[in-house]
Write a protein that binds this ligand. Structure first.
Ligand SMILES: Cc1cc2nc3c(=O)[nH]c(=O)nc-3n(C[C@H](O)[C@H](O)[C@H](O)COP(=O)(O)OP(=O)(O)OC[C@H]3O[C@@H](n4cnc5c(N)ncnc54)[C@H](O)[C@@H]3O)c2cc1C
Length: 555
């Protein structure tokens, strides 16, 4: 659907101010960045700052911690499985390193664990690569350009973006391993965008002090996943099991992690996977639609790893903040929630209100930028009304053509160019209508720079883990963290196995205990988790379905 006449009319206000805004940019006379104090005030408009959006957990190792209701609902829920009905004595899978989740973190871990000599089994919820990693667009940060940048500046940017709440040791590991992680991917065959002389292209992202965002057009994640997946599937010693999400961790009698209960989505059977070490890499939770926000995330992003690791006794942190990407498509509605990469803003596109005014510098950190858009649409009523009663802000992509030459949008943003073309909209000539969209989890389970958790034998990497980005992640640092810490966790897990993981009888006693704690605390509301898949069933249809109990879409 192209823009209807009423939106075409409103676009004229954007066109009216465009030349002047481009000239301003060329002359370096940008809308100034907010001061630290102004940012603090602006953040009051961010959904994280709505006190009523969170509640204290009543059970588990982080009892008393306040997180979003939607996440708390899953944590304060009973297991999908009855521990008494699972036979742990005769495992269906027996492996050295069991990897839960086959996105970028899991697949990187699988490769390094295999290289270190371990027998690897990687299980995943949907197909290999149905993951947030596949959808990443804008780029990956790394201080590869020695003359102007270094891990030192990268460190400061990551800490600043996270409001200096980040775990410093994790940030140090992230930035110092970044150049070698990029080098590793390039050697495996990832085609990063380059200049004719072979140097990698790099641009700014929100909150970066240097141009260190490397990319593969606007399909960086798909390109990385293509290569990692090919590599994993072509190596001997890595078994990949699809459509089999983990629904519970298995411990052994010593309290060490020793496998997982899986759910075969095709046969609806439960499967016992025994392992000497487990890597948790199940990704994020956008499909919880916290505070009703639309999301950029893939269909299986439902916080399962957090839920089951928490039940097994692992603490969580930084889940009190959630990242809303400032620019998600709000119209055309069929594409609602889909991410418009920050690279558009990094390439110069302004954010413009209904009057054609630029109201914020487009390179503020994500939380500040999202808060500014929410403020503009709600408090200042300067949003652009969509045909279905929502509000959005213009992202002025045609500016990029004026700044960098005709054809740039199509060349640098082929994914989005084609998507909009399907609706009859040419984004090299018309702006895009956006609103913040639930994007990234920020926090998760606790782990250390070696990928080690407090449960022996359980390692973690990727979006499921918390601490690296503190209370706010900057663009391009997640693709980086999943490769850096995926590699580290895979190697650590294999080394742990090689050094003699302590064997013992398998048990789900922790699940029984957790259920009891729930009952004692009064938190038991009859909910069951993990969710596995979100439920978008129309309530009217649901009423006529005779299934006795649903969890997400699954019985
Ligand atoms: C649209 C979009 C654009 C992005 N763009 C960028 C970008 O440009 N730069 C950047 O740095 N970051 C970006 N990000 C963030 C980044 O892509 C993700 O944070 C990162 O890829 C997560 O990797 P992961 O391996 O931890 O999780 P994922 O890639 O999501 O992989 C997790 C895997 O675990 C599986 N899984 C889930 N539950 C279970 C279970 N119970 N059992 C077994 N398997 C399970 C999932 O199905 C999935 O396959 C973007 C994210 C999105 C959604």
């Amino acid at each position: 659907m192209p823009y209807p006449p009423q939106l075409e009319e409103l676009i004229k206000a954007v066109e009216k101010t465009r030349v002047e805004r481009v000239e301003r940019k060329k002359a370096g006379k940008e809308v100034p960045f907010l001061s630290l104090d102004e940012r603090k005030v602006m953040l009051n408009h961010h959904p994280d700052f709505k006190e009523e959006g969170r509640r204290e957990l009543k059970v588990g190792p982080s009892k008393g911690y306040k997180i979003a209701h939607e996440m708390a609902d899953l944590i304060e829920a009973k297991s999908r499985v009855d521990p008494d009905s699972i036979d742990l004595s005769n495992p269906d899978i027996d492996t050295d390193v069991l990897i839960l989740g086959a996105g970028g973190a899991g697949t990187s871990a699988a490769l390094l664990a295999q290289e270190a000599g371990a027998k690897v089994t990687m299980v995943t919820k949907l197909r290999h690569g149905d993951a947030n990693t596949m959808m990443a667009e804008g780029g990956i940060q790394s201080a590869t350009k020695g003359e102007k940048d270094s891990p030192y500046y990268h460190y400061l940017d990551v800490m600043g973006g996270g409001h200096f709440t980040n775990v410093p040791e994790l940030v140090e590991a992230l930035v110092t391993h970044a150049p070698s992680a990029l080098h590793w991917m390039e050697n495996l065959g990832v085609n990063f965008s380059k200049f004719p002389d072979g140097r990698m292209k790099s641009i700014h992202g929100g909150g970066t002090s240097r141009k260190r965002m490397h990319y593969a057009a606007d399909i960086t994640g798909a390109e990385i996943m293509r290569v990692l997946r090919d590599e994993a599937r072509n190596r001997k010693g890595i078994d990949i099991v699809e459509f089999s999400p983990a629904v519970e961790l298995i411990l052994n009698e010593h309290g060490h992690c020793a496998g997982a209960v899986l759910y075969n989505m095709e046969t609806e059977e439960y499967v016992v996977a025994k392992a000497k070490a487990v890597v948790m890499s199940t990704g994020g939770s956008g499909r919880l639609h916290i505070q009703g926000f639309m999301t950029t995330n893939h269909y299986g992003a439902t916080a399962d790893g957090i839920v089951i690791a928490y039940r097994a006794g692992l603490q969580i942190s930084f889940l009190h903040t959630v990242q809303y990407h400032p620019t998600g498509i709000v119209f055309p509605e069929q594409a609602e929630g889909i991410l418009i990469t920050e690279k558009f803003r990094g390439s110069g596109a302004n954010l413009v209100n209904i009057d054609g005014e630029q109201f914020v510098n487009e390179r503020e950190p994500r939380d500040v930028e999202a808060a500014a858009i929410v403020q503009e649409c709600t408090v200042r009523s300067k949003g652009v009304p969509t045909p279905t009663g929502k509000a959005g802000i213009w992202l002025d992509s045609p500016m990029i053509e004026m700044l960098a030459g005709e054809g740039t949008v199509k060349r640098e943003f082929p994914g989005k160019f084609i998507l909009y073309k399907r609706f009859g909209i040419d984004i090299s000539k018309q702006p895009m209508l956006i609103y913040p969209t639930l994007h990234y989890q920020n926090g998760g389970i606790n782990f250390d720079p070696e990928g080690v958790t407090t449960i022996p034998g359980l390692f973690a990497a990727g979006e499921v883990a918390g601490g690296i980005h503190g209370e706010n992640r900057l663009m391009g640092n997640s693709l980086l963290d999943i490769v850096v810490f995926g590699r580290i966790a895979g190697k650590s897990a294999a080394d742990y196995v090689a050094n003699g993981a302590k064997a013992g009888a398998l048990t789900l006693e922790h699940v029984r205990k957790y259920n009891q704690e729930m009952a004692d605390s009064g938190a038991d509301q009859g909910r069951v988790s993990p969710m596995l898949l979100p439920d978008y069933t129309n309530p009217k249809v649901r009423e006529r379905q005779l299934t006795s109990q649903y969890v997400g879409t699954i019985r």
